[in-house]
Design a protein around this ligand. Structure first.
Ligand SMILES: [Zn+2]
Length: 68
């Protein structure tokens, strides 16, 4: 399990990015929303999609997850 956050502001692409709690690109606390303690990045994305229409993984987190 890992803790995940989603950005409350959408990127220029129109997507809200999902991050690990420990991500170095994680925005300030008032610009993110806690998703919960979730088993996988895919599940975290699914949780995010309940809140926002367009959700994507932070590329930095995704590369960490791939090597974890
Ligand atoms: Zn990230």
């Amino acid at each position: 399990m890992a803790e995940f956050y989603i950005e409350t502001n959408e990127k220029e692409s129109g997507f809200h990015l999902v991050h690990f709690a420990g991500c170095s690109s994680l925005p300030a606390k008032d610009e993110i929303r806690y998703l919960g303690s979730i088993a996988s990045f895919d599940s975290a994305k699914t949780e995010g999609e309940k809140i926002y229409r367009h959700v994507n993984a932070c590329t930095e987190c995704a590369s960490k997850y791939a090597s974890a």
